[in-house]
Write a protein of this length. Structure first.
Length: 287
């Protein structure tokens, strides 16, 4: 298997895993405070990552790498989880999932700024078309749906795109699983302290779906998914493999409908199909 094909395969596995993130977060915030959920998932994943790094005797990152790791941590360990958890108090996971269609263009932009990539002009046409369709859908739903929820999701997408691109660039030299593991470890001290401060007085009334949501976002969304995702970005290119995120709403909407029994409208499906078509055009001109 060549490097580019391996990159797309790893990227696809990462996307499938991430597809469960927003539905799982929705389950968790029904009973957990968004701030606690954010710091708890980072703490659990950080402890697992620390154990993995020690077990495999990984060398410490260089001072130059630490700066990039802090950017990764800001984007994907703290920023995206917190902003989406707050957003999901105002909108359904099915509504928020459509915003994931904006992630490829955000990732590609930061891939140019931080990763030095130079996609062709046609790539940007397809990427912007997909993003425009998603934005138009959100506006059509109304800012009456929840302006606060939509704004939080947009901010989450921007900061996540930065974290994805920075991690993809760093993975070329540090390794995919090492990048997310070190980012989690660097975040661990403040996350652990905040988790202890915001922890519920008792977990007795917490129902299994919320516990499952916390477990999923801690283990899969925060650690395992990134092992595949960052490896895919480093192998196949940040802008190119990043377009796979356009497939994420398709998987996630199905989960929202089957697991959470949330309504999935014809408009949601129509926009999802359109942005999926855009990924094929963007992929062709990514390099």
């Amino acid at each position: 298997m060549d490097r580019e094909t391996a990159g797309w395969l790893n990227g696809m596995i990462g996307v499938v895993i991430f597809s469960g993130s927003l539905p799982a977060t929705r389950l968790a915030v029904m009973q957990f405070d968004p701030v606690f959920l954010t710091v708890a998932r980072a703490t659990i994943a950080g402890l697992l990552a620390l154990g993995l790094l020690l077990l495999l005797r990984q060398k410490w990152p260089s001072p130059r790498d630490v700066v990039s790791l802090l950017i990764v941590a800001l984007g994907v360990v703290v920023g995206f989880p917190l902003l989406t958890a707050l957003a999901l108090q105002h909108v359904t996971s099915a509504h928020s999932i459509v915003f994931i269609g904006l992630l490829p263009v955000a990732t590609a932009i930061f891939g140019v700024i931080r990763g030095g990539e130079r996609p062709k002009a046609a790539f940007w046409i397809f990427s912007l078309l997909g993003s425009t369709l998603v934005a138009a859908y959100a506006l059509a739903q109304g800012l009456s749906a929840s302006p606060v929820g939509d704004l939080l999701m947009l901010l989450a997408i921007v900061i996540c795109g930065l974290g994805y691109a920075e991690g993809g660039k760093l993975s070329r030299t540090l390794g995919g699983w090492q990048v997310i593991s070190w980012a989690l470890v660097l975040s661990l001290p403040p996350m652990l302290c905040l988790a202890l401060l915001t922890m519920p007085v008792s977990f007795a009334g917490i129902e299994p779906p919320a516990i499952f949501g916390l477990a999923y976002v801690s283990l899969f969304s925060m650690l395992i998914g990134f092992i595949f995702w960052y490896r895919g970005l480093s192998q196949g290119g940040i802008a190119a493999v990043g377009q796979l995120q356009l497939l994420q709403p398709f998987f996630a909407l199905a989960l929202a409908a089957t697991v959470l029994h949330e309504p999935v409208t014809a408009g949601m499906l129509g926009i999802t199909v359109c942005v999926i078509l855009c990924v094929f055009g963007a992929r062709r001109f990514a390099r």
